[in-house]
Design a protein around this ligand. Sequence first.
Ligand code: PLP
Length: 371
Amino acid sequence: MAPFSSCTDVRPEVAEFEAYEPGLSMEEIRLRYGLDQVIKLASNENPLGVPPSAREAMKAAICQAHRYPQGGNPKLVQALASRYRVGPERIFVGNGSDELIDLLFRVRAVPGVHNAVAFSPCFGLYVTQAKMAGVELRRAPLGKDFEFDFDALLNLTDENTTLAFVTSPDNPSGRVARPERLKAFARALPPACLLVVDEAYMEFADEGQSLLAELDSLPNVAIMRTFSKVYGLAGMRIGYGILPAILTDYLWRVRLPFSLNILAEEAAVAALGDEAFFLDSLRTVREGRALISRELKEMGCSVIPSQSNFIMFSPPAGRIEAKALHARLLERGMIIRSLGSYRLPEWLRVSVGLERENRLFLDLCREFIGA
Ligand SMILES: *Cc1c(COP(=O)(O)O)cnc(C)c1O
């Protein structure tokens, strides 16, 4: 590498980064198209909003905001430990799963020596944080209809592979990895490799799809989850991991001491205890998912079976292209996700909303597809 010559030179990995391009905000779209209301079904957020219990907890915590959070967030760690019946020494919490992903690369991979593996397409953060850490990320394409191809992923690993990321249910496909297959994959990995199963959407899947209950017999597996989806707290930035205790210990040592703020911690503890909100979210998502999947299929769309809170679909060939459908929905105030950044220009992803939002989305699709 050429030596730095100026006080504004940056690491080559950083120089390659492209600026994050945020989409138009809901307010910008409302103004641009002169709309009364805008509906956002683009980011897999919880359509029910913030759990009432978490709102109350945050209000009460505001008066403590002049204090630093307690190091190690013991209150939340303990609540998660009880909930999942694992020792608190195995639980790590951070500023969104995003922070955990970032730290895993920096803790488990020596830049320029170790590598990581993931599928393609995959969650964008795996790609950006690997790059930021200077770690090679090897990608195996998903199989036909976005099925997991674990043999292809395994083929990319070698003795220097220290991380393997699998998202289940996957984003953007919504597919869940069969637990038996995932376990066989974990057992076949080289000894230095930690399998990280990103279960951000697992609560929405059918029973028995998570590896969480079997972690004791899977020493090289870690699980990541989040409060951003089923718990309705995406804006508060709270993610957590259940990992081998030794790794958790290292993660705590290097995490910025106060990355999880006081309001976030109180909100998370309250949401975790709010069984009514949790069940309501599940019911809303499962019913909405069934409705959207069924009706999109009736319109002739290709629909990937989803175990998540979103649905990936492709409009019928010859009727309207994905890009055009996305634009026309936007003009009418319906924001869904185009998948260009996943290099899937033919596909769109819609998050499950409230029933009236889902019906409006479907009515607009019917109009634009002409079904
Ligand atoms: C939404 C999502 C997360 C959650 O990220 P947070 O930083 O906790 O909001 C993690 N992984 C995937 C694949 C996701 O789609």
